[in-house]
Design a protein around this ligand. Sequence first.
Ligand SMILES: [Zn+2]
Length: 99
Amino acid sequence: MRRYYGIAQERAWSRRELAREFGLSTGRVESLVNTAVTHLTGVDVAPRFDRLCVLCGGRFTVRSRLSRRGTCDSRCETELKRWAGRATAGARARRTDTR
Ligand SMILES: [Zn+2]
C-alpha cells in the first residue's frame, strides 16, 4: 500500500511493478489494493463506470467494465425483458396470427 501511493517512497509504484515484485497478477494486486483501501478508509473505492439506462436513459453506475447491465434498476430491467419477450412473441405470431 505504501508503495502504491508513494508514501515514504521516491515515487508511487504501478500495479504492474507491485505484481512483479510480489509475483502476483496485476488483477490480484488491483483487488488487494482495493480491499486495503476499503479497509483503511471504510469507503468503497472500487472503480465505477457511468452508463446510461437503455430503457429510460437515466444515468447509473456499474462496478465493472465487464458488467453487461444495461438498465438503471430492476424495474427497467423487468420492463426491458418484457419488451424483448413481446418482440420475440410478435415475430413468432406474425406468421399465424393477424392480430
Ligand atoms: Zn432505467
